[in-house]
Design a protein around this ligand. Structure first.
Ligand SMILES: [Zn+2]
Ligand SMILES: [Zn+2]
Length: 433
């Protein structure tokens, strides 16, 4: 893929325009004496940045009705709610507000939300804001939150403007499931696995310890063109031939040159943007669990507002497009191969591709916080090592997946018993046969 550096893009660039083909009807009609206005042609190698924090303010985010700063998400309605007067409102749909959901077939070059830019290592994690209510200096640790309470006047200060440390994404998908429902889901998941669970885990399991976490993702749209060519075989006849005493099955097949040339539009592919989650080393934790509670209805994400985080924790994005693009493109290629299979039914003996080319014509990257209820359990193994177990619940769909520490002794006993049964059956069959 092309070199991507969102920081070099124009911060207030125009919406994406496909490269214009010269139109004779409008070309060459400049008024004599006046140069025709030439709009700067978009450079396809440089990403266009869509500003997604326009109008966002840092500091006191007040309820428009009573001025209180006690604002949090009402999970039942998906609205933000004032803790004092109960006034409720909702942030705009993010993709619609920023025109980031346009026709994928028209996507050319790279478009990124301004909250998806490269992370500058020099940007501090801990930032100081001045409380406009009382003048005190309030510190926000952006590693875990974009809010803090003023210790003098108790107002809540929010950070909504994007800075180059990945703390404020382009959009956020609010929690839709209450903590109580998440506890039920997690308890049911563990209950089903209790028989094989480690006794210490069975004693220590307490679903009340569940935490609501916004995890950082990139949501990607890809407009690609694929060209595949190879050979496919279609069976025409199958029959038996006799060679002496032996019979042999023979298949006749026609061999075809197969070619597929088509456009691929990938909508809302979600890519994890926390390097810790991307790390697929399963000896220390079970990150792939988070992948198995997909998908999220990312199209319902709203404009970022720190008040959605109130009562939840969040994990900051720490990966840049350069690192994530190859992953997204590999997934786009996988999707391509998968989809093309539907067109290959005629080749019942299979197709072998000699060449597969997927050319990414356009891509759109938007950073998002997605809501997950997490129950985690640190298992201490007898060899002194620790293993982090999770049960995760998609806080939009309720999809639940996880791992529990196993009682090895019990497992061995059971598998031993299964083997013993196998041996007995084998002996019986041998005696009968
Ligand atoms: Zn209010
Ligand atoms: Zn204050």
């Amino acid at each position: 893929m092309d070199h991507v550096n969102p920081n070099q893009g124009s911060a207030h660039g125009p919406p994406p325009v496909p490269p214009a083909t010269p139109d004779p009807a409008t070309e060459g009609y400049a008024v004599a004496g006046m140069p025709a206005p030439v709009p700067p042609a978009p450079n396809p190698n440089e990403p266009q940045v869509v500003q997604t924090d326009r109008g966002a303010k840092d500091g006191l985010a007040k309820c428009e009705r009573c001025g209180a700063t006690e604002i949090s998400l009402n999970v039942a309605t998906g609205n933000l709610r004032c803790g004092f007067c109960r006034h409720e409102w909702q942030a705009e749909n993010a993709l619609a507000a920023f025109n980031l959901n346009g026709d994928i077939s028209q996507l050319v070059g790279t478009i990124v939300g301004s909250g998806s830019g490269d992370i500058m290592p020099s940007v501090e994690e801990v930032l100081t804001f001045k409380c406009t209510a009382c003048g005190a200096e309030v510190v926000i640790d952006t590693a875990t939150s974009t809010q803090a309470r003023c210790h003098w006047c108790r107002n809540t200060l929010s950070m909504n403007q994007q800075i180059e440390n990945g703390a404020v994404p382009d959009m956020i998908l609010p929690f839709k499931m209450t903590k109580e429902s998440a506890i039920e889901k997690i308890s049911a998941f563990v209950k089903k696995r209790k028989f094989f669970a480690h006794p210490r885990f069975r004693n220590e399991f307490n679903a009340e310890n569940v935490m609501g976490v916004y995890l950082p993702y990139m949501v990607v749209d890809i407009n690609a063109h694929a060209t595949l060519s190879g050979q496919g075989e279609h069976q025409t006849r199958s029959y038996t031939v006799k060679r002496g005493d032996n019979e042999k099955r023979v298949y006749d097949a026609d061999v075809y040159n197969v070619m597929r040339d088509f456009d691929v539009h990938v909508d809302d592919l979600t890519v994890e943007s926390s390097s810790e989650r991307l790390n697929q080393d399963t000896s220390q934790n079970t990150n792939n669990i988070i992948n198995s509670i997909m998908p999220f209805d990312v199209e319902n994400s709203v404009r970022y507002d720190s008040n959605y985080l109130s009562g939840f924790t969040s994990e900051r994005r720490d990966s840049n497009l350069d690192q994530l693009s190859p992953l997204a493109h590999t997934q786009a290629e996988d999707i391509t191969r998968h989809r093309v299979n539907d067109t290959l039914k005629f080749y019942d003996r299979g197709v072998r591709w000699d060449s597969q080319q997927v050319h990414v014509k356009g891509q759109r990257w938007v950073s998002a916080y997605l809501p997950v209820w997490l129950y985690s359990y640190q298992q201490r193994k007898s060899n002194g090592k620790t293993f982090l177990h999770y049960v995760a619940v998609n806080a939009r769909t309720g999809e639940t997946m996880g791992s529990v520490p196993l009682h090895q002794g019990k497992l061995l006993a059971i598998s031993g018993a299964v083997q013993a049964v196998g041996v007995v059956l084998f002996v019986i069959f041998s005696l009968v046969g």
